[in-house]
Design a protein around this ligand. Structure first.
Ligand code: SF4
Length: 370
């Protein structure tokens, strides 16, 4: 039984990036109120979860918080909840915020993993993505994090936007490797609802990658990073060693329990998933009225849980277990056909996706519906 994890959503950014679908607002006027609300929300869950072994502070832009604000949040979480000794404690940071002081503060607060939103090391691409930082800022931030002694540094990158060449993308990856990050996430640019980029796409001003280009970017990325010693353990995730695979994210993929605090955060326990209001105001108001800030919930049936485990498993190199107690008509033929076509490997009772399988991970689960 896996231990649970906590995700805390910081819903503030200095500016909104045109591709970003995460909930955040470009103003910090509600920040003090939000901190009080997180305290109130944490208090609602003190008895519901046992000892956590991962804490992930994401957003939004957690690094725009002052050290005293981050300290207050951590103090609240450590007061209300029990954590294992070796808990993975991650904070997402924007390279612009990473000065000497900040790095020292983050380290002093006990964070042992830092995930850096680099996105690209090409200044024109960064401009197109609406990022506040330059390639030089990002490199300086990675350098500072490393020299300050962080032993688990993650880098988020985006690929696959109009005008980007494979050559340019590999150049970014090569420059990133100079810093030997323990973890690299490579996300293909997607057009999320209600973003400027999706509106531009609707107007024909931007277009997604062709399937062929998508395939080339994906396979080249995987090959390049594997050749450089990284484990491609999830569609978008690479780790320098097994121990650096994100413990927190694995909870999402393995149906482990997790508690999401803050506006828009999702939680999962047993068979129930619930999610919070996607508005700092509504979230805080609910807590002021002594109610949990939950906007909705669903209780998954055994069949839904089974299908979700398959869909999530097929996104990772862990794959999924074939349940002997659940006989799906024609399963053997399906497995044979998918293996022959190069989408999966079957090892005893475990189904593991290949690279080709990763490319169609959204469709593969359809073969396992009963
Ligand atoms: S990508 Fe990060 S910095 Fe940009 S709007 Fe989204 S959460 Fe904020």
């Amino acid at each position: 039984m896996q231990k649970p994890g906590i995700y805390l959503h910081v819903p503030f950014c200095r500016t909104k990036c045109p591709y970003c679908g995460f909930y955040s607002i470009a103003s910090t006027s509600l920040l003090p109120r939000w901190i009080d609300a997180v305290n109130q929300e944490a208090a609602c869950y003190t008895d519901r979860f046992q000892c956590f072994d991962s804490l992930y502070i994401g957003g939004g832009t957690p690094s725009l918080l002052k050290v005293c604000e981050l300290g207050r949040l951590l103090e609240c979480l450590f007061t209300y909840f029990e954590f294992a000794l070796n808990t993975e404690i991650t904070i997402e940071v924007n390279p612009c915020d990473i000065n000497k002081e900040k790095v020292k503060d983050i380290k002093g607060l006990g964070f042992n993993r830092v995930n850096t939103g680099v996105q690209s090391l090409d200044n024109l691409e960064l401009k197109f993505l609406g990022r506040r930082h330059t390639a030089e800022d990002a490199e300086k931030a990675l350098e500072r994090l490393r020299t300050s002694g962080f032993k688990n540094i993650g880098v988020d990158l985006i690929y696959g936007f109009q005008g980007q060449s494979l050559k340019g993308w590999i150049k970014t990856l090569k420059r990133i490797l100079i810093f030997r990050p323990e973890h690299i996430s490579c996300y293909e640019l997607t057009f999320e609802k209600r973003t400027l980029f999706s509106r531009m796409k609707e107007k024909g001003l931007l277009s997604p990658l062709s399937e062929e280009a998508e395939r080339s970017f994906f396979l080249l990325t995987s090959r390049f990073l594997e050749e450089n010693g990284y484990i491609h353990y999830e569609i978008s995730s690479f780790a320098k060693k097994e121990v650096y695979c994100s413990r927190h994210n694995r909870k999402y993929w393995h149906h482990a329990p997790y508690l999401g605090l803050g506006p828009s955060a999702h939680s999962f326990q047993n068979s129930t998933r619930w999610w919070n209001h996607c508005s700092v105001k509504k979230y805080s108001e609910a807590l002021d009225n002594n109610a949990r800030p939950v906007e909705g919930y669903e209780i998954l049936t055994n069949e839904q849980l089974r299908l979700e485990s398959i869909a999530l498993g097929l996104r990772t190199r862990d794959g999924f277990h074939i349940r002997k107690d659940k006989i799906i008509p024609g399963l053997e033929d399906t497995l044979f056909m998918l293996e022959e076509s190069g989408f999966i490997h079957v090892n005893n009772d475990r189904v593991v996706p290949t690279k080709k399988g990763f490319l169609v991970a959204d469709y593969l689960p359809l073969y396992f519906t009963s």
